[in-house]
Design a protein around this ligand. Structure first.
Ligand SMILES: N[C@@H](CCC(=O)N[C@@H](CS)C(=O)NCC(=O)O)C(=O)O
Length: 213
């Protein structure tokens, strides 16, 4: 199996962690934006990362890939079976993949991607506005729904936690808002996940990269 996508992408990171949780053996290609590797393009018709190739099967989109991984490797179960828990897991995945990342991307792109990787100035006012106005209500929401176990669904690690965690790591790369103490449960949720064996190496590598000027 091949997984295409640099882990700085929250969507690629989601797939890399899911594969590690399921102990799937894979070859990781550090595909970035604008890649023209023909194998990657065959798997991802719109050049978006992540993408996956498994023998003669290929697919892109993190949600599609997680669905595939869950089907071929049902244990450990990361997509609950019980109706309400499954629906809530899909909701948190959708929340992470759309609402949360839309706001966080304004910070991550303009403060990190534009200056470091595209060698141009980002729209810093847009990033500041996201930190001041857009992101706090999303963290308020998470703080309000966070169970005492610090797992969003079924008091155990599922795709729900993974999908919310991944954008939060991009937030950490761009701003220290989560470390400020206003959202203690969300911060504890984030810190707990950073300690997971499937996640720790990715967090360590990215934090190291982020410190590099
Ligand atoms: N819904 C997709 C989103 C994938 C996505 O937008 N990936 C970004 C990187 S974070 C990308 O490849 N952007 C390049 C582009 O849009 O051309 C998923 O869950 O995988």
């Amino acid at each position: 199996m091949i997984i295409f996508g640099n882990s700085l992408s929250p969507f690629a990171r989601k797939v890399l962690i899911a594969a590690a949780e399921k102990q799937v053996v894979f070859d990781h290609r550090q595909t970035g934006l604008g890649a023209d590797d023909p194998e990657f393009l065959a798997a991802s018709p719109f050049r978006k990362i992540p993408a996956l190739v498994d023998g003669d099967f290929s697919i892109s989109d993190s949600t599609a890939i997680l669905t595939y991984l869950e089907a071929i490797r049902p244990e450990p179960n990361l997509l609950p079976v019980e109706a309400r828990a499954r629906a809530r897991t899909v909701w948190y995945e959708e929340f992470g993949d759309t609402i949360l990342i839309a706001a966080i991307a304004k910070v991550f792109f303009n403060r990190i991607v534009a200056p470091r990787f595209l060698k141009r100035e980002g729209d810093l006012a847009l990033a500041d506005q996201a930190i001041a106005k857009e992101i706090p209500p999303l963290l308020d929401y998470l703080e309000g729904v966070m169970p005492p176990s610090l797992y969003l669904v079924e008091d155990r690690f599922t795709y729900a936690d993974l999908s919310v965690f991944c954008p939060l790591l991009n937030l950490e790369h761009g701003d220290d808002i989560l470390a400020q103490g206003r959202w203690p449960k969300v911060r504890a949720f984030f810190n707990q996940l950073c300690e997971r064996p499937s996640i720790t190496p990715i967090v360590a590598a990215e934090r190291k990269l982020m410190k590099r000027k």
